[in-house]
Ligand binder design. Sequence first.
Ligand SMILES: C=C(O[C@H]1C=CC=C(C(=O)O)[C@@H]1O)C(=O)O
Ligand SMILES: [Mg+2]
Length: 465
Amino acid sequence: MIVTIEKSFRTSLLEACTKAKTIGKNILVSYVKEVQWQDPLLFYARGKQLYNGERFYWSEPTTNMTITGIGFVTSIKSDKDKPFTHIQAEWSKMEQACILHQQEAVIGTGPLLFGGFTFDSQKEKTRLWEEFANAWFVLPTFMLTSKDTKQYMTANIFVTPHTDAEEVYEAYKRSERELFHDIHMTWEEPAIVGEEEVYPVEWMNLVQEAVDTMKQSDIEKIVLARELKLTFDENIDSFYVLKNLHEQQTSSYLFSFDTSTSCFIGATPERLIRKEGNQLTSMCLAGTIGRSETEIEDTKNYHELLNDAKNIREHKIVVQMIRGVMEEVCDTVNIPAEPTILAVRNLYHLYTPVCANTNEAIHFVDIVEKLHPTPALGGYPKEEALSFIREKEMLDRGWYAAPIGWMDGQQNGEFAVAIRSGLVKGKDVSLFAGCGIVEESTPVAEYEETRIKFKPMLAALGGTK
Ligand SMILES: C=C(O[C@H]1C=CC=C(C(=O)O)[C@@H]1O)C(=O)O
Ligand SMILES: [Mg+2]
């Protein structure tokens, strides 16, 4: 990547065009500048008006960093068995031939990819997820990054050997004017007209089968998920769902990957991995209890979770696995001995933070691959639990419970685990929720746990608050 600072953007574009002609190849030009504050959600809304609904949204709850992309300049898709390696290879090729024009180096700006992976590339895909590849990452046409009180706009332009620099520059100026024009949004929220739990009784039977299997084998944990189908009287616009999630789920990551015909959207509390330079942060999140509206009961639940043997076991298995991966790729790993509680609107979770440092030149995507799926989403041992899920679960998980997030070309980025999520297709929505099954699990209690885990998305879609 070549970084230019002092030249004008027009000059950078001219140079890129000359270079593209000389080498006979396309060159990516990425332009970053600080801009006046605007609501990231309104920027997201413009993606529907100006780019036919191609857009994404990402917000991180602890730093309030948001990244919103509209228009897909290019996509990297992989339907291979090893999508992680493929994405990494394609992205480094593209990134190497990039000219970045910026005033200030800020992580989360410039050329970066946003996207996700499928939970299990070996499970046969159904029609539900047909549009989503095993991995799909996009480079946005325009991207707005908000960090603290500052906001940056990135414009990504592909220059070919035949591109006319002046023409492209004029087109860019026109688009920029449109983007910073005031808009006012009004909308009506569609109503739910149908609700169907998919195989609830069979799912509880499967929980029992998992318990029996674990009693007779070395498998210690299997995560099982199920689906809730909703139908609405009008098409859903992911803009207002995000707006509701933004108000209701203040301690979760919000994400949306909208392709114009389908949108995968959610509010997950679970970080998989964040990397900034040599610093890595992850978390172990497993073990759950519902919140209560009465303070006394809520406090009782809080303490009950901290001392509950079944939930502590669910949690410890995750800590062990994440510790193992981090110790493999890092020099120092810091993990507290006991979990604390992470509170979200509807639930309490057992939570252990993970901080680590690495001096190894390891690719960020390789760490993501090693971590996925943690036993909070798959089980333990990994392969045995995955085989059980692949064979028995009555669900195509698609991107649910898999890594979703962003990465730049300098091995920085962040992935969350795409739980508390749903797939929107016009008037139809599929919501997903799962839970960690251990030997002490009972089908009814786990069913109840999934019911509460549907609530964040259900509330944002106008269902039970
Ligand atoms: C798989 C999900 O949650 C995981 C994350 C936190 C707590 C979990 C649990 O207590 O079972 C699950 O492992 C989901 O919400 O769909
Ligand atoms: Mg659980």
